[in-house]
Write a protein that binds this ligand. Structure first.
Ligand SMILES: *[C@@H]1O[C@H](CO)[C@@H](O)[C@H](O)[C@H]1NC(C)=O
Ligand SMILES: *[C@@H]1O[C@H](CO)[C@@H](O)[C@H](O)[C@H]1NC(C)=O
Ligand SMILES: *[C@@H]1O[C@H](CO)[C@@H](O)[C@H](O)[C@H]1NC(C)=O
Length: 543
C-alpha cells in the first residue's frame, strides 16, 4: 500500500511538473521560473487582527487648527476602509507638548452635541470643502516648517486644548480606529522621575468625555539626550510606566486599557541596554513592547535600496535581536513595531510616497508576521514628510492602496511559504502566505492568500505545488502606471491594469480580482506586488 501510494504521488508529481514546464515554456519562453512550497496544513502563528495599523504624527497638533483636517470626509472614508486598526498619535513632538485645558468644555455649558449619538455626530462634524482647501494649502507650508525643525533637531514646545483632543478622538471613533495616545515623558521632576501632573489632567478630561482609548508614554527615549539634553535610563522609564499604570488603574474607564511602550529606536548598542532595563522594571505594566524601525536614512536613500533584498532582510536581524531581549526578560510579551516606515528623517523624497515604497511596506508586513510581530504601526496616515499614505490633497498614495488590499485579502493566520528554486531570481522573488481574510471577503472557508514581490525587472513564473494547482486563483497585481524602472517613482498605481482612484470623497473604487487560467503558473510581472487568493485551496488550517 505504502509503496503504491508513493508511486502514484511520484507519478502525479512528474505529470504535474511536466505540465507546468510545458505550460510555461510554450507560453512565455523568456520568463524565469521559480517553484514555491506552501504548507496549508497548519497555522504557524496568528497575529493581531489590527496587525496593519496606522499613525498620525503628533506634530499635527503643534498648531491646533490643523487637527481640523481630521474632519475631512475624504480622510474619514480612507480611514474607515482600513479597520480594524489602531491609530497611534505620537512621535517626537509628543514629548514636547502639554495639555492646557481652556476650561470652556469642562463645565456645565458643554452641550456641544454631546447628547447626539456618535453616529449622528460623525456626520455633523464634517469639514466644509472651503475650509478644507484652505487648511490643506496652509498645511503644505506647516509641513516644511516641521521638517526643518526635525532636521535641526531642536523642538519647539507647544500646548493643546480639549478642542484638539475632541477632534482626534472624534476622527478615531467615527472611522472605527482604536486610538492610542502618546503621553509626554519629558515632563520630569527634579529627581528625574516622570511628572504625571499634566497627564492626569488629560486623563481626567478624556474620562469625563468617556473617550475609550489606550496609552503610551514617551517616544524614542534613547535619543532624549540628543533631543532635549535629558538622560533617562531604561530602569527609570520602566518605573515611570509602573507609575502610569497605577494612575490608569484608579480610573474606572482606563483600569483595563492598553499601555504600550517603550517605543525605542531599533537595536543599536545602548538601546538594547535601555530596552533590557525598561523591561526589568516595567514589563508588568505594559500590554505590548514597542520599538521603531526604518530601513534607511531618507537623505541619500536610492531606488536601489528600496529594491535590495539585503536591505529588506536587515529587518529580520533587528526583529530577532529585539525578540532575544524580550524573551530573556519577559518571555511571551507581545512585540509591536510601534512606529515604522521606509526611511527616517521624514522619508526619502521621490521614493517614500511613490510606488517604490510598496516593496519595503509589503515585505515588512510579510516578514513581520512571519517572524512573530503582533502589530505594525505605519508612520503615517497623514502628516509631514514623505512617508504618508495620503498626499497634500488627502488623496491616497500607492502605499494606501497596498494597505487596503492587504486589509481586504490577508487574514491574521500566518502559513509557511518559501521559494524553492535556486536560481538567480530567488532573493528577488519574495512570497508570504496567510489564510484569506474571512471577515472582509466572501471567499470560501479554506481559502489562502499568497502575496508576492518581484524586485526584478523581468516577469517571473511561479509554479505552485500540486495540491493547489487546480484551485481558482483571483489575482490582484499592483504595478506602476507605466513600465520601466523610472516609473517606480510614480505617485499612482495600477491594479490589474487600471489606475486606482476614489470615485468621490465618500466612495472607494470596487476592488476586483482577475481570475487566472487554472493549472498554470502565476505570472508575476517585473517590479510588481501581487496578491493571489486561492479560493479553493481548502487549507485545513484556514477553516
Ligand atoms: C465610539 O464611541 C462609542 C460611543 O461612546 C463607543 O461605543 C465605541 O466603542 C467607540 N468606538 C471606537 C472605535 O472607539
Ligand atoms: C474597573 O472599574 C470598574 C468600575 O469601577 C469595575 O467595575 C471593574 O471591575 C474594574 N476592572 C478592573 C479590571 O479592575
Ligand atoms: C484537479 O481537477 C481534476 C478535474 O476536476 C480532478 O480529477 C483532480 O483530482 C484535481 N486534482 C487535485 C490535486 O485536486
Amino acid at each position: 500500500m505504502k509503496c503504491l501510494a508513493a508511486i502514484s504521488s511520484l507519478v502525479a508529481f512528474v505529470v504535474f511538473s511536466a505540465l507546468c514546464v510545458a505550460g510555461y515554456t510554450v507560453k512565455s519562453i523568456d520568463d524565469e521560473a521559480v517553484r514555491v512550497n506552501l504548507d496549508l496544513s497548519h497555522v504557524s502563528r496568528v497575529v493581531n487582527e489590527r496587525f496593519l495599523s496606522v499613525a498620525i504624527d503628533a506634530s499635527l497638533i503643534a498648531e491646533e487648527k490643523f487637527m481640523n483636517l481630521l474632519n475631512s470626509p475624504k480622510l474619514r472614508t480612507l480611514a474607515k476602509a482600513l479597520i480594524p486598526a489602531f491609530l497611534r498619535f505620537g512621535g517626537t513632538k509628543q514629548d514636547f507638548i502639554k495639555f492646557k485645558p481652556q476650561g470652556k468644555y469642562l463645565h456645565a455649558g458643554d452641550n456641544r452635541n454631546s447628547s447626539l449619538p456618535y453616529k449622528d455626530l460623525c456626520e455633523k462634524l464634517e469639514l466644509p470643502p472651503l475650509l478644507e482647501n484652505k487648511l490643506k494649502q496652509e498645511w503644505v507650508l506647516q509641513s516644511k516648517i516641521l521638517l526643518q525643525e526635525e532636521a535641526r533637531g531642536k523642538f519647539q514646545k507647544a500646548k493643546f486644548s480639549e478642542y484638539a483632543i475632541d477632534l482626534l478622538y472624534t476622527f478615531a471613533n467615527c472611522s472605527g480606529l482604536d486610538l492610542i495616545f502618546g503621553l509626554n515623558a519629558l515632563l520630569r521632576t527634579s529627581e528625574n522621575s516622570w511628572d504625571s501632573t499634566n497627564a492626569e489632567l488629560l486623563l481626567k478630561y478624556c474620562a469625563s468625555r468617556q473617550y475609550a482609548m489606550s496609552w503610551e508614554l514617551g517616544n524614542e527615549p534613547n535619543s532624549y539626550e540628543k533631543k532635549a539634553g535629558i538622560r533617562v535610563d531604561g530602569y527609570q522609564l520602566g518605573k515611570d510606566f509602573v507609575h502610569l499604570q497605577q494612575i490608569l488603574q484608579e480610573s474606572s474607564l482606563y483600569n483595563s486599557t492598553g499601555l504600550y511602550g517603550p517605543d525605542v529606536g531599533q537595536p543599536r548598542n545602548h538601546r538594547k541596554d535601555l530596552l533590557t532595563g525598561f523591561l526589568e522594571a516595567g514589563a508588568e505594566a505594559i500590554t505590548a513592547c514597542t520599538w521603531h524601525h526604518y530601513y534607511v536614512n531618507g537623505r541619500g536613500a536610492s531606488l536601489e535600496d528600496f529594491l535590495d533584498p539585503v536591505v529588506l532582510d536587515s529587518l529580520a536581524t533587528k526583529i530577532n535581536e529585539v525578540f532575544k531581549t524580550v524573551e530573556s526578560v519577559s518571555p511571551g510579551k507581545k512585540v509591536w513595531l510601534g512606529e515604522t516606515s521606509s526611511a527616517y528623517g521624514g522619508g526619502a523624497v521621490g521614493l517614500s510616497d511613490t510606488f517604490a515604497a510598496g516593496f519595503m511596506w509589503l515585505d515588512k508586513l510579510g516578514l513581520g508576521a512571519k517572524l512573530g510581530l503582533d502589530v505594525i504601526i505605519r508612520q503615517v496616515l497623514i502628516g509631514s514628510g514623505t512617508y504618508h499614505l495620503v498626499d497634500d490633497n488627502l488623496d491616497p498614495l500607492p502605499d494606501y492602496w497596498l494597505s487596503l488590499l492587504y486589509k481586504k485579502l490577508v487574514g491574521p493566520e500566518v502559513l509557511k511559504a518559501e521559494v524553492l528554486t535556486n536560481v538567480r531570481t530567488k532573493k528577488q522573488i519574495r512570497v508570504y502566505l496567510h489564510c484569506t481574510n474571512r471577515k472582509s471577503t466572501h471567499y470560501k472557508q479554506g481559502a489562502v492568500t499568497l502575496f508576492a514581490l518581484n524586485l526584478n525587472k523581468g516577469q517571473v513564473a511561479i509554479n505552485l505545488p500540486t495540491q493547489i494547482g487546480n484551485s481558482t486563483i483571483e489575482a490582484f497585481v499592483l504595478q506602476a502606471p507605466e513600465p520601466g524602472k523610472q516609473n517606480l517613482h510614480s505617485r499612482s498605481v495600477k491594479l490589474n491594469g487600471e489606475v486606482l482612484k476614489m470615485a468621490d470623497d465618500h466612495t472607494l473604487p470596487n476592488i476586483k480580482g482577475s481570475v487566472l487560467p487554472p493549472g498554470e503558473p502565476i505570472r508575476l510581472p517585473g517590479f510588481s506586488l501581487g496578491f493571489y487568493v486561492m479560493t479553493e485551496a481548502q487549507a485545513t488550517a484556514c477553516r
